[in-house]
Structure formats: structure tokens, C-alpha cells
Write a protein that binds this ligand. Structure first.
Ligand code: TMP
Length: 203
């Protein structure tokens, strides 16, 4: 039986990576074989592209094309084979991030992203997408507290992140069956409980 594909989304600083690790462990505790991965990245070539994307200034359309180039590899080398073998794949970001960041944040036309999406993945979509939602000012404070050097995206303005957040919320509104919003300001215990409830519905 084909495995399930779960993606985690949200603005930088929303705490998605912590929940990614927890969710992977939770699925394993349910007896699932789980592959944890991320975008951009997830394959040797994808990780090289990630390094470029997060550091090199580039044209907006170059950025979108590289995201989909890395995604094409990711689908071909990791996501589709794992799902076919019955494994569950949990990816820290996928195509909703391109709609939110390159579309909402940077203003790339939705039609252009939709063309690339159709080309690279046809009708393939995650079975479940979890959007960790947090007000931009709180997310920026959390990011600053990590003390890590910010990458090219993390250096963006709060207005940019407001647009990214709005784009995620609009997508969740348009596709309520696939995309669930998690209030990332809630306590860890509360978020875990919510995640457990949602995951049980797709098991
Ligand atoms: P991460 O920090 O969550 O690992 O993601 C790296 C950055 O890449 C993050 O700031 C969001 C950005 N990104 C896009 O702009 N578009 C995309 O399609 C993806 C997958 C990530």
C-alpha cells in the first residue's frame, strides 16, 4: 500500500523544524516506516541547490525555477520511491512554500508557479499539509533568539513575512481538507495533541 506524504509549512521562526522531528517520532511509534526530508534539499543535488538558493542573490524567476529543479529531483529520487514502497514521507516544506514565498512574498504571478507545478508534479499533492501559523513579530523574535546567522530569506523584512503568512492562510482557506492550520503560539503539549488528532484521521 502506498505511504502518505505529509508536508510542514510556515514562516521562518514558526518552529516547524521542532515539530518535524516530533512528528517523525510519533509516526514511527505508530509503526510507520518514515522518511524525514526537507526542501529545498532532500537529495545530494537538491542540497547543493539549497546552498546556492539560501546564499546567492538571484532573479526571482531563477529562484522559483531552482526550487522546482530541486523538487523534480526530490520527487524522482526520494519522495515517489519511498511512497511506492509504503513508507511515509514527512517533508519540511514543499510546493506551498513556493506559492507563499515566491508568490506571496516576492510577488511572482500565481499563473507562472502553477505552470511549473503542473510540469514538475502533474496532479501530485501532499496527503496532508500542516501550516504552523505565528504572528510575524513573534516569529522574528524567535529567529533572532537562535543567534544563528540569518540566510537570504531570514534577512527579509517583516512586511515580506506578513505577505508569506497571508499567502499560507489563503491557501489553507482554499483547501481546508488538505491544509490544516496549527497555532504555533500554543504550548508544545497542545500542539502535539492537535497533531495526534489530525494524524489519526489519515492513518
Ligand atoms: P527552511 O529554513 O525552512 O529550511 O527553508 C529554507 C528557506 O527556503 C525558507 O526561508 C523558505 C524558502 N523556500 C522558498 O522560498 N520557496 C520554496 O519553495 C521552499 C521549499 C523554501
Amino acid at each position: 500500500m502506498r505511504g502518505k506524504f505529509i508536508t510542514l509549512e510556515g514562516i521562518d521562526g514558526a518552529g516547524k523544524s521542532t515539530h518535524h522531528a516530533w512528528l517523525t517520532g510519533f509516526l514511527k511509534s505508530l509503526g510507520k516506516e518514515v522518511v524525514a526530508t526537507r526542501e529545498p534539499g532532500g537529495t545530494p543535488l537538491g542540497e547543493k541547490l539549497r546552498t546556492l538558493i539560501l546564499s546567492e542573490p538571484m532573479h526571482l524567476e531563477t529562484e522559483a525555477l531552482l526550487m522546482f529543479a530541486a523538487r523534480r529531483e526530490h520527487l524522482d529520487k526520494l519522495i515517489i520511491p519511498a511512497l511506492t514502497e509504503g513508507k511515509w514521507v514527512v517533508s519540511d516544506r514543499f510546493t506551498d512554500a513556493t506559492h507563499a514565498y515566491q508568490g506571496g512574498g516576492r510577488g511572482l504571478k500565481h499563473e507562472k508557479i502553477a505552470i511549473l507545478e503542473k510540469w514538475v508534479q502533474e496532479s501530485f499533492q501532499p496527503d496532508l499539509t500542516l501550516v504552523f501559523d505565528l504572528p510575524t513579530n513573534i516569529a522574528c523574535e524567535r529567529l533572532a533568539r537562535t543567534g544563528n546567522a540569518p540566510d537570504r530569506f531570514e534577512r527579509e523584512t517583516s512586511e515580506f513575512f506578513d505577505r508569506v503568512r497571508d499567502a499560507y492562510l489563503q491557501r489553507a482557506n482554499a483547501e481546508p481538507h488538505r491544509i490544516k492550520i496549527i497555532d504555533a503560539a500554543d504550548s508544545m503539549d497542545c500542539i502535539k495533541k492537535k497533531l495526534e488528532e489530525i494524524i489519526i484521521t489519515i492513518c
